[in-house]
Write a protein that binds this ligand. Sequence first.
Ligand SMILES: NC(=O)c1ccc[n+]([C@@H]2O[C@H](COP(=O)([O-])OP(=O)(O)OC[C@H]3O[C@@H](n4cnc5c(N)ncnc54)[C@H](O)[C@@H]3O)[C@@H](O)[C@H]2O)c1
Length: 356
Amino acid sequence: MTKTYNIAVISGDGVGPEVVREGLRVLDAVSRIDGFSYKATHYPYGAEHYLQTGVMMPDGALQELAQHDAILLGAIGDPRIEVGLLERAIIAGVRFGLDLFVNLRPVKLYHEDLTPLKGKGPADIDMIFVRENTEDLYVGIHGFFKKNTPDEVAIQEMVMTRKGCERAVRYAYELARKRAKHHRLMLIDKANALRGQDIWTRTFAEVGKEYPDIHQEHAYIDAACMWMLKNPEWFDVAVVPNMFGDIITDLGAAVQGGLGIAASGNIHPGQAGMFEPIHGSAPKHAGKNVICPVATIAAVAMMLDFVGEPRAAARVEGAVAGSLASRRITDLSTSSGVPTPKYTDIVLEELHARAL
Ligand SMILES: NC(=O)c1ccc[n+]([C@@H]2O[C@H](COP(=O)([O-])OP(=O)(O)OC[C@H]3O[C@@H](n4cnc5c(N)ncnc54)[C@H](O)[C@@H]3O)[C@@H](O)[C@H]2O)c1
């Protein structure tokens, strides 16, 4: 019997609908090749919906999203609306609301010309970040005292729990074991200056006793940023608290060819995960047919792997890799001159060529 996957789709704002449309073209093609089907249910959440209804995410939306096998997200954010309001309600709302505690970010280079790093190639840039996704400075505990006075005080609390650290660390050890690279796991933190982060150091060491086959490494976030540019080949799997993970994975995007290729998955094993390009809604490029959809296509590949279609996932990733390695796609930026659907056409040609 044909397996059918239920996919919730939140196209969102700005360029979101354009890139999601292209991602769904690839999902459609690979479903035919690999013989599964899917039902996409579109949810209108985002700026337009908010402006028309005053609602960001209705009551019951999270429960409904959770009923799906996975969620595909475009991007959220609109300059007409208060900074971060919709992003916190929808992106963080789903991440926190569904307790998607891992943000998984592969950083893989498919052609040496795509990286700004001199002398580095695909063999050097192939790493994956496990960013803790539900704690840290993002829990929203903040406040202002004597606001708008010369004596104003602002606080934003960094919250870390043993449970939160442990499940991210454990996921990362398992991933390092599964990944046939070097069986190395690096903890990245700033526990020398932020002593609260000692919880990460201790958890990493304790859980690590169960994984004697995994080589444990450690780097402070500032040094890790430097090493990523100087010696990216040192990185295999890395686990990192939420805030630093947010930043270093954008550095990862730069190293692998830009926001046009960088994809991520928000995961809680056994539940619906959310997959997305890491870029935002890029409002100034919306509707101009210039945005690169490859990151969303790569997110579709991650989603397929997650729902249990590893062959289809490998096929899509292979088609992306092939399009870049063969130089049929040479530029993932908005100034490439390549219209948005043309990128997908090339990936689809690769996909079909591989299916022969
Ligand atoms: N996950 C999300 O939905 C998400 C993530 C980041 C930012 N945002 C929101 O998006 C809005 C815009 O944020 P921003 O301008 O800082 O970041 P952005 O990622 O939207 O865009 C920054 C720049 O990156 C480049 N870029 C982005 N996506 C690209 C792609 N697919 N192909 C080629 N180039 C691409 C463009 O030059 C763009 O101007 C804000 O409201 C922000 O809060 C949302």
